[in-house]
Design a protein around this ligand. Structure first.
Ligand SMILES: Nc1nc2c(ncn2[C@@H]2O[C@H](COP(=O)(O)OP(=O)(O)O)[C@@H](O)[C@H]2O)c(=O)[nH]1
Ligand SMILES: [Mg+2]
Length: 445
């Protein structure tokens, strides 16, 4: 009852990179640059309002949304829940390009400044972005000099779709070649930092890749472009590193599922055990009382009263089953927090573990509660000792072992850490933000 197991398509999904950004910030142009061909349409007008999945295939092939979400071999079945409107805005393009062997790119509809709460797009856009972002190994957000601010839909997406996945996020300030002087650049860069500082609520600002895509007809900036070229190379490196990130993300995800599952199972098991004990006590007490009454009646020669006695006990049993036990059950479910505290008594005393565990419990509790209420505590069989040990071993030995094997084979733990934002290589002009006493953020370049 914890969650449904992943589908075959989900398990087999290739490493994915999601590209987000305002319309005309250069997402599609960047994709074409990566693939070395005009796979995506580009242009200043908001021409493309679809999520386009660009993946490897022997032959060139394009498929529409309904064919994509109904194919169990593809990891996109889950998108059906967002409704036909979204499905009709999904495309899949297969291209025989080498890069796509190792990574699938997902181009997205450009974000618009005015987010219409009533759903101007006809589907839950932030929800769909969240769905893709959770399954992506890297999320690249593009900004351009015209709109370095984070207003409207961008703000909504950062708040609703990208929270909690900071470690996968790369920020790009694109079209650097459009700046004619340093002053314009500084203003756009400053505006972007300022806005990001407001929405990411992090003390340190994520690293920003200042870059551009060399395309025919670029106006020719008067700024030296070498640094921006290097930033682009770093960005491409990060994208090519997606398969290693994919493995790391899978392990992180497995760890997080396993820890949640352990909490869920242990607490429900504890409540169910307590409830079964009480149920047993009540039933034993009734039986003993009945037996005692029967014996007394027989000894006193009042066998004639037996049917009456049996009727009284049947009534008593009915009251216990229909009123006493259900009340006991909901009382126990209401005291779920106490069960959690009891089971983790020792761990909760450890200072650094305490907060993590409570945060995890806050996430797990609503669903665990719903499961306990809907299924009824009596339906859960006792958690076997061997299963309990298996779960513990998975979390404490096997998953950490997998991670160290991964680091062993890729040899770059710094770049692969699932918890911390990846330490990106030297890219020019990365600022840090320091919080001063008033809590405001000050830019220290
Ligand atoms: N000067 C310049 N123009 C760019 C750059 N990247 C994209 N463009 C142009 O910006 C416009 C919008 O690009 P597009 O890739 O369609 O943006 P999207 O809406 O984010 O997919 C197109 O006319 C591109 O030629 C860049 O790095 N520099
Ligand atoms: Mg586009």
């Amino acid at each position: 009852m914890f969650r449904r197991p992943p589908t075959i398509g989900e398990l087999r999904r290739p490493p994915q990179v999601l590209l987000l950004g305002n319309h005309s910030s250069g997402k599609s142009t960047f994709i074409n640059y990566l693939l070395g061909s005009d796979v995506q349409k580009t242009g200043v007008a908001p021409t493309d309002d679809s999520f386009t999945i660009i993946t490897w295939g022997d032959d060139r092939a394009d498929r529409d949304g309904p064919a994509v979400v109904s194919n169990p071999d593809l990891p996109y079945e889950g998108l059906r829940h967002f409704g036909d409107q979204l499905v009709s805005h999904i495309r899949l393009k297969q291209r025989p390009v080498d890069l796509l062997h190792s990574v699938t790119l997902i181009d997205s509809p450009g974000m618009i400044d005015e987010a219409k709460p009533e759903g101007g797009r006809g589907y839950d856009f932030p929800g769909a972005v969240r769905w893709f972002a959770e399954r992506a190994d890297l999320v690249v957000v593009f900004f351009d000099p015209d709109k370095p601010g984070t207003t409207g839909e961008t703000l909504q997406v950062f708040r609703d779709s990208l929270s909690g996945i900071d470690h996968k996020l790369l920020i790009v300030l694109n079209k650097m070649d459009q700046f004619q002087n340093l002053h314009d650049f500084a203003r756009a860069y400053g505006a972007l930092c300022w806005n990001l500082g407001k929405i990411t609520l992090r003390k340190d600002l994520p690293l920003i890749y200042n870059t551009y895509v060399p395309i025919v007809g670029n106006s020719g900036s008067r700024l030296p472009l070498q640094d921006f070229d290097e930033a682009r190379e770093s960005l491409v490196d990060e994208l090519q590193n997606a398969p290693a990130r994919r493995l790391d993300n899978l392990i992180t995800q497995m760890q997080s599922f396993a820890e949640r599952l352990r909490l869920h199972a242990f607490v429900i098991n504890n409540l169910a055990r307590g409830f079964r004990r009480v149920q047993m006590q009540w039933r034993t007490a009734q039986l003993m009382l009945l037996a005692a009454a029967c014996v007394t009646a027989a000894m006193a020669g009042l066998l004639i009263a037996l049917p009456g006695l049996l009727a009284v006990f049947a009534l008593l049993a009915l009251v216990v089953e229909k009123a006493v036990l259900p009340r006991e059950k909901s009382k126990r479910i209401d005291r779920m927090d106490e069960a959690f505290e009891r089971i983790h008594e020792r761990e909760l005393l450890m200072r650094d573990r305490d907060m993590d565990l409570r945060a995890l419990w806050a996430e797990v509790k609503p669903h665990a509660r719903e499961v306990a209420q809907r299924c009824g505590l009596e339906t859960f069989t006792a958690l076997a000792w061997a299963d309990r040990e298996k779960l513990n071993e998975l979390i404490e030995v096997e998953i950490p072992h997998l991670r160290s094997e991964l680091y062993g084979s890729f040899g770059a733990p710094d770049d692969l850490s699932g918890d911390a934002p990846p330490q990106l290589r030297e890219v020019p002009m990365a600022p840090t933000l320091e919080a001063d006493e008033t809590g405001a953020q000050r830019l220290a370049v």
